[in-house]
Write a protein that binds this ligand. Sequence first.
Ligand code: NCD
Length: 360
Amino acid sequence: MKHLIDPTDITVEETDEIIHLALDIIANPKKYAEHCKGKKLATLFYEPSTRTRLSFTAAMMELGGNVLGFSEAASSSTAKGESVQDTAKTVSCFADLIAMRHFIEGAPFAASKVSGVPIINAGDGSHSHPTQTLTDLLTITRELGRLDNFTIGFCGDLKFGRTVHSLIKSLSTRSNVKVVLIAPQELRLPGYIRHDVCERLGVEYKEVSTMEEVMPELDVLYMTRVQKERFLDEDEFDRVKDSFVLDRKKMALAKRDMAVLHPLPRVNEILTEVDSDPRAAYFRQVENGKFVRMALICKLLDWKNDPEHDTPIHYEAFEDKTRCCSNAKCISNLEKVPLLFRHTENGPDRCIYCDNKPRE
Ligand code: NCD
């Protein structure tokens, strides 16, 4: 069985299969109208969402399937103290597939360890968001016509922005993708992505402090919202919230065919005056999210009984009861799950659930 918890759970070939299927769905929607007849998708959302949850729902409806679930934890047995793993085990008796969004990092991974059906991570804390990555890859394919040989600038909250973490991980498997990081000092990309992903896998990247200095070289500009809900200190949020704002003046510095992506929702970081620019791809990106989720649902159901497509054991986990994860928002500090870590090459060990270092 294949789960999608992290973008690296699917190979480049599997990722391309999903993107090609999404393109075929766009071209021939009628062909897929009954593809999931009799199948059920459960959407378990413990955190707010508009696009992700509703695009999963629309995707399953357009495939002729059904959807059940909840959109806030308060209306589920979580409010009575049920664990993520017990909820996942329960719901896997009712549905063929589960999409889970959680504010606890590593919750979908823990769910995948006990679920009888595939788990899709629809966003876990500031950690990972692999279905947004598929959306972004389909959008780049449609806007640029390729998934290699381009320069992408990530701008805004690179520390807490889970969409950024997952997309960089996925792009590290493509050839000649250059990454430019545009963020205030307080919101720099986490060390595990800079070291374990960019440096170890040889992704060419640089960090800059203004948008203006790099606009002319970008093929894709990936804007992000400063993730207010992840800050422990409100003053710090106020200091950085309006660090980078995309307006017409900055767009004038960019290539004529650059594509502007944003996972949305936006707050202040893209002025609405940019929306009418043909390079503003973020609302096209929203629609791509539905098509790519249709493709993902079809593929995960196809792959369910095919051992060739099992979730890979891409790192050797080991249990260590003497240490715990340094991240207070990690499931291993909040619920009873085994304390699992992995070794890294020339670096510290990492928590299996959320990629943070152990507290020594
Ligand atoms: C993103 C998310 O939830 O991480 N939104 C989305 O899924 N489209 C980005 C965000 O909330 O800023």
